[in-house]
Design a protein around this ligand. Structure first.
Ligand code: ADP
Length: 480
């Protein structure tokens, strides 16, 4: 790979400040989803290495939490700057292992870095509280302290940002961390660790363990030293990990699946709604947990919206993420492509009409697709499609579409376009979701609390709330 700084292409794990191989010597080859080309090996680690990483994080915890917030912030800030300085290399690594177009990868690197910057700043604002005593001789204080050793398990769709939005607040709060990146995208994670090392973050504060997901996950959940697990991934795995964390009552943050509705009301600015749908639906080839999954369009503007959307989708260019001008990379693997195709065929067999695209293009590539006349009997109404397929549902009344939008076990992101102020407020309040985009298709930012309700998870990441997930309150009652 043609990196400006080839030493960022690490093919070993990072434990206690050392680059290391699996005890067994075993490795696995990581392939480019666009070409199948092998990029390089990474170690296959398991329980014993995870235990070592946890022990390293335990040893590093005391000195790390004893630093002043400003001392930790200075190191995090340096890390932030190094990530930005090396953003071209990080983006290329990401595109090669994940598939997203380079421009999108570059955007993610900036987004990932923003969490480090934000939490470096927030580290200094972990304020406590004083409370008027309940008896004349009592003085009450509330202080906030780091949770301790934390673990993170992250997905492949945002190989950098899903890590920094956990590591940033954890380290800022004074916690140490063991990270298990997704098996598909270890190299971005390892490059981030190399930059953390260069930033002076001490050995053991951040550890990256790649390998057997089940063995690593079992150890992280069962090991009593780990006091918190932060997971981003599927609801099925999140639920399993929650159960595994139950015996020793670990704290949890879970960012799980979504099934985002995207509603276009008749008074919407249709061009803006199309622009929002393009970003929300087709970014990362439709592989984000906040991607619009169901697009509801009011009857009066249904045909006009469909025509405008089809025009915009026809301009997308599918190809390798490293090629200039490509807007839509491959899906992450063959199974992902099979799922999208299954959703498409299921919908067509239940009465949907194909408006555009949908063909498999060889390898993990597919043409971005739109179907019309989708209905709630179709798989894509219930499950996250996670691919470049936009189903358009038709609706007539506001309350009808609110009921349809909420008719899911998920509650991560929702979007709608409309201009009537009372409608906007009514719908924003009625949607049972953790995040609502009104007249926008892009809601992710480090300054706002990201997270879901219902089966979409627990806790929030980003914003001033994000650091609270890594802090415990301690109430001190002083008798004077
Ligand atoms: P996706 O479908 O996006 O890959 P997953 O929930 O399967 O979502 O994966 C998200 C992360 O969870 C990945 O890092 C994966 O390796 C990890 N993972 C999957 N299964 C387990 C498990 N049983 N225990 C621990 N981690 C797991």
């Amino acid at each position: 790979m043609q990196l400006k700084d080839p030493s960022l292409f690490k093919q070993q794990c990072y434990i206690d400040g050392q680059w290391c191989d699996a005890a067994s010597g075993q490795t696995v080859a990581i392939a480019d989803p666009a070409s199948g080309e092998v990029l390089g090996p990474v170690p296959v680690m398991g329980q014993s290495e995870t235990r070592n990483a946890t022990e390293a994080a335990r040893k590093a915890l005391g000195p790390w939490r004893a630093l002043t917030a400003k001392e930790r912030a200075v190191m995090l800030r340096r890390w932030f700057e190094l990530i930005n300085q090396h953003s071209d290399d990080l983006a290329l690594l990401m595109t090669r292992e994940q598939g997203k177009p380079l421009a999108e990868a570059k955007g993610e690197v900036g987004y990932a870095a923003s969490f480090i910057e934000w939490f470096a700043e927030e580290a200094k604002r972990v304020y406590g509280e004083t409370i008027p005593g309940h008896q004349g001789d009592k003085r009450i204080m509330v202080i906030k302290q780091p949770v301790g050793v934390c673990a993170a398990i992250t997905p492949w769709n945002f190989p950098a940002a899903m890590i920094t939005r956990k590591v940033g607040p954890a380290l800022a709060a004074g916690c140490t961390m063991v990270v298990k990146p997704a098996p598909q995208t270890p190299f971005t994670a390892l490059a981030l660790a190399e930059l953390a090392d260069r930033a002076g973050i001490p050995p053991g504060v951040l550890n990256i363990v790649c390998g057997d997901a089940v063995a690593i996950g079992n150890e992280l959940c069962a090991n009593p030293t780990v006091r918190k697990l932060s997971f981003t991934g599927s609801t099925a795995v999140g639920s399993k990990l929650m159960a595994q964390c139950a015996p020793n009552i670990k704290k949890l943050s879970l960012e799980l699946g979504g099934n985002a509705p995207f509603i276009v009301f008749r008074d919407a600015d249709l061009d803006a709604a199309v622009a929002g749908a393009m970003i929300s639906k087709y970014r990362n080839a439709g592989q984000t947990c906040v991607c619009a999954n169901r697009i509801y369009v009011q009857d009066e503007v249904y045909d006009a919206f469909a025509a405008k959307l089809a025009k915009a989708v026809a301009e997308l260019r599918v190809g390798k993420g490293t090629e200039p001008g490509v807007t839509t990379g491959p899906l992450i693997n063959a199974a992902a492509l099979t799922k999208v195709q299954d959703h498409l065929q299921d919908a067509l067999s239940k009465g949907a009409k194909l408006l555009l695209g949908g063909k498999s293009l060889g390898g993990n590539f597919m043409e971005p697709a739109i179907i019309t006349e989708a209905n709630s009997s179709m798989k894509l109404a219930r499950e996250e499609t996670f691919g470049p397929l936009a189903p358009l549902f038709r609706f007539k009344e506001v309350d009808e579409v609110i009921a349809m939008a909420n008719d899911t076990e998920f509650g991560l992101a929702a979007y709608f376009y409309g201009r009537d102020l009372s409608l906007v407020w009514h719908v924003a309040e009625a949607l049972e979701y953790g995040m609502v985009g009104v007249n926008t298709g892009l809601i992710s930012t480090e300054v706002a609390p990201f997270g879901g309700i219902k089966s979409s998870g627990l806790g929030r990441e980003g914003s001033r709330h994000g650091i609270e997930e890594y802090l415990e309150l301690k109430y001190i009652c002083l008798s004077v």
